[in-house]
Design a protein around this ligand. Structure first.
Ligand SMILES: Cc1cc2nc3c(=O)[nH]c(=O)nc-3n(C[C@H](O)[C@H](O)[C@H](O)COP(=O)(O)OP(=O)(O)OC[C@H]3O[C@@H](n4cnc5c(N)ncnc54)[C@H](O)[C@@H]3O)c2cc1C
Length: 478
């Protein structure tokens, strides 16, 4: 039985978290910053275009921009249900990773032979994102800081060493750190060791990246319509007609880039589930508070539990602290009502103060959540429909800030009908295992979540359910 002293401690931690959250604004820090563009008008009447991109997150914006770069004569329309970048793309952690496989371990377990090439393609994709940011003068604090993975329990240390060795074998620059070394980078009494991957991740302000890409699309001649939700889609002669409340558009080709939202193509709905992930952002740290954690190299950081936290500095020296709870709402519902989840915010705040006790006086100024398109293999799957006139990319699973640009190139390759190196990849040709229909889907997701939490409490030991999923190459992540 737990003694009353630890219950008191729990109670004090809860009260502390509650006080620190009292003034938090219920919205994304990133999209709350000044400089949001005036929304574009809704699509009206009957229109025509060579290519219509549905969805104005990173996937859709990159697709539209790259389509115009490939063929400046193509008439490209992008339609967005709300405003470009309002959804996952404007509310994420801003870790812009080179990985196309949601991490090296996951990629090696699925495509060992293809991984060297996938890592090169991912590095090239990240470099090209940086080059586009520079070429278009997009002011989004893009910085190649690398990523710091930390162990917060002894069982996580071996995994870090294995990942570091695998990363080095694939040509990456990795520094392994003992407890003192990791604390010299980022100081927490909870950190037992770590590894700093120098060349695989950039930090970015995601909302300003999305705004910049939106402007680059407009400059390149893409016609953008916002507040234009596509409600229906049907084949129409040689094209596809998309219907919105205020108008319709006849498209020669269509790309679906609708993220975690209900897919217009029913056949892909069983391949992903919307999972909500939550984030806090603190007030700006004082110079003394920042010095108390160090963080001179400003890496993106994450711990190594199955339920993990990710954390980073913003350009104005706030700490963004997110992750841990990955919430599937029964029935797979999405909606703005899920964007606030007080019990998760409290848990995140308690974990923050346990990790950084030296920041006990810091408060949180923003708290929000957003939907992630999670699939059972954790990275995107691709396909075509309507005789090759429609292509889609879906299932980025919490690591789509960088990979969405690679996905945009894949869908444009698929629409071209020409086989390319990308379309021949096993990563592109294969699919994740679908989720079962409801109500089994909810049961399976909740059982997996509970098992992952138990493994974290039990020194990483995976129960029979998780071992079975491992054998089948299935999982659940955010
Ligand atoms: C809290 C959180 C933290 C994350 N952290 C990271 C991170 O640090 N690094 C990382 O790589 N990834 C992260 N991700 C994931 C990342 O944000 C996404 O993978 C990425 O933004 C993918 O963008 P997208 O364009 O596919 O989807 P979205 O940005 O969700 O865009 C989809 C768009 O489609 C529109 N749409 C949907 N249906 C229709 C329709 N019928 N008609 C018209 N428009 C429609 C929506 O309105 C939306 O704007 C995080 C996600 C969340 C929620």
């Amino acid at each position: 039985m737990r003694n009353s002293a630890s219950q008191l401690t729990d109670h004090a931690a809860r009260e502390h978290a509650q006080r620190a959250l009292a003034g938090a604004r219920p919205r994304s820090f990133w999209t709350s910053q000044a400089g949001a563009p005036e929304p574009a008008e809704a699509l009206a009447g009957a229109q025509r275009a060579d290519l219509v991109v549905v969805g104005g997150g990173f996937s859709g914006l990159w697709t539209a921009l790259l389509a115009r770069e490939r063929d400046p004569s193509a008439d490209v329309i992008l339609v967005e249900a709300s405003t470009a970048g309002w959804a996952a793309s404007g509310r994420n952690g801003g870790f812009c990773s080179a990985s196309l496989t949601h991490g090296i371990g996951n990629g090696l377990s699925r495509f060992p032979d293809e991984m060297p090439r996938l890592e090169q393609l991912g590095a090239q994709n990240l470099a090209e994102i940086g080059a586009t940011v520079a070429a278009h003068g997009i002011d989004c604090d893009f910085a190649m800081t690398g990523e710091l993975a930390v162990a917060t329990a002894p069982w996580q240390l071996d995994g870090l060493t294995e990942e570091a060795e695998a990363a080095r074998a694939l040509g990456h620059e990795v520094t392994e750190l003992d407890a003192a070394g990791v604390r010299a980078e980022l100081d927490s009494p909870a950190f037992l060791g770590g590894s700093w991957s120098h060349d695989t991740c950039a930090m970015v302000d995601p909302a300003r990246l999305a705004r910049g890409l939106r402007q680059a699309c407009l400059d390149a001649g893409v016609r953008i319509y916002e507040h234009s939700p596509v409600r229906a889609m049907h084949a129409d002669g040689a094209g596809i007609t998309l219907t919105m409340p205020t108008g319709r558009v006849e498209a020669g080709r269509v790309v679906l880039a609708t993220g975690a939202y209900p897919a217009l193509l029913r056949r892909i709905r069983s391949y992903f589930v919307p999972v909500y992930d939550y984030v806090l952002v603190t007030q700006t740290l004082s110079a003394a508070e920042l010095a108390s954690v160090g963080w001179r190299h400003r890496q993106g950081a994450a711990d190594s539990g199955n339920q993990f936290h990710y954390f980073r500095l913003t350009a104005d020296n706030r700490i963004l602290w997110g992750g841990y709870d990955a919430v599937y709402f029964a029935g797979g519902t999405v909606g703005r009502g899920h964007d606030q989840r007080p019990q998760t915010f409290h848990r995140l705040a308690e974990h923050f103060f346990a990790t950084f006790p030296q920041l006990e006086d810091v408060t949180f100024e923003y708290a929000w959540g957003g939907a992630i398109d999670t699939c059972s293999r954790f990275f995107a799957f691709y396909g075509t429909a309507f005789g090759g006139r429609l292509a889609y990319a879906c299932g980025h699973t919490g690591l789509g800030v960088g990979a969405s640009r690679f996905g945009a190139n894949v869908v444009l390759d698929l629409l071209s009908g020409v086989s390319t190196e990308r379309t021949e990849l096993e990563l592109v040709r294969s699919r994740p295992v679908p989720f079962p229909p409801e109500p089994a889907r909810t049961a399976v997701v909740q059982l997996t979540r509970a098992s992952l939490a138990r493994a974290d409490r039990d020194a990483g030991r995976r129960n029979l359910w998780l071992r079975t999923l491992d054998r089948l190459g299935l999982g659940f992540d955010s």
